[in-house]
Design a protein around this ligand. Sequence first.
Ligand SMILES: Cc1cc2nc3c(=O)[nH]c(=O)nc-3n(C[C@H](O)[C@H](O)[C@H](O)COP(=O)(O)OP(=O)(O)OC[C@H]3O[C@@H](n4cnc5c(N)ncnc54)[C@H](O)[C@@H]3O)c2cc1C
Length: 337
Amino acid sequence: MSTANSVMVFIQQEDGKIADVSLELVCKARDLANKLGVEVTAAIFGKSVAKAAGELIPYGVDEVFYVEDERLLHYTPVPYTKLMIQTIKDREPQIVLYGATTEGRDIAPRVASNLKVGLTADCTELQIGDHVQKGTEYKDILYQIRPAFGGNIIATIVSPEKKPQMATVREGVMKMEAPDPSRKGTITKVDSIITDDDIHTEIIERIKEEKLVDLKGAQIIVSGGVGVGSKENFKLIYDLAHTIGAEVGASRAAVDAGYIDHDHQVGQTGTTVRPKLYIACGISGSIQHRAGMDESSRIIAINSDPEAPIFGIAQYGIVGDLKEVIPNFIKAYKARV
Ligand SMILES: Cc1cc2nc3c(=O)[nH]c(=O)nc-3n(C[C@H](O)[C@H](O)[C@H](O)COP(=O)(O)OP(=O)(O)OC[C@H]3O[C@@H](n4cnc5c(N)ncnc54)[C@H](O)[C@@H]3O)c2cc1C
């Protein structure tokens, strides 16, 4: 099968380690490509990325194009954009996906404006479907789906007349499937077209902030909402989390109230999580909160209002004041272990 018309993913990497969002997008690209009957391609650039290129095949890529160049050690916009534009011109994909990360949000609009194609930012879902516009029917178009107007509507955006159709996709919203080591694919080294004139920025030093909250990697999350009542009361959420080995999450309203930092926010404008167990304490279950946690394997809700919408998606519900329920929960747990 030819790779022209493929679904292509821009692969983000650092020191040869591929970003999770890129692997999530490869899995989604596989799904879209299967529906379209085309191949999945990937573009990866860096100082030393041949090994990382090989790691993409088990996730569903048919052909990886990689460029190695000393000057690509760290992401900088000009050389990376130049390479991505060239890769798209050479390979003619019909769809190109980028993570909605700092890097993806930087390169994707540059590529879009150079190629004069559309770009939808921050998608939360992608589908294939048909579209009729001014009497013309477009088959197998990319539906680029994202919340709009402050999250009050879900917009489906299409760009049927220009190829490639391009989107950035939020981290964590697409599911990363298990890799299949037996999958076969092609790894193609492409010559670097970078010249010294393309290097406009010299990176003198990079300071990495230590990641203190790891919601995405957590198997268990205890989240608190406005119902927790105060910053001081959030100690209850931390106590329960420490007791059962969980990470601490929060609703946006709890973050806005100053109970906890934004790093802990779960939901549409926070982190999307899929833990084995999610315990929602004093969280009503707004659509924006659910968008970030409703694919948790098990949900327990603690809420004083029996009508709270969170009970509609929870497998286990405890109606009561969390200030009484949580200490009892901890006591009961400690008694069993
Ligand atoms: C564009 C946009 C993006 C948004 N993004 C996000 C997002 O990413 N994440 C997010 O969470 N929200 C987001 N929101 C906000 C969202 O709409 C809700 O306002 C928010 O989720 C509500 O938080 P909450 O459930 O903590 O508060 P509330 O809705 O006020 O619910 C508090 C709950 O606590 C219960 N309660 C009160 N006291 C107790 C007690 N003592 N014991 C037990 N239960 C008690 C109440 O019964 C109630 O159900 C967004 C909104 C918009 C417009």
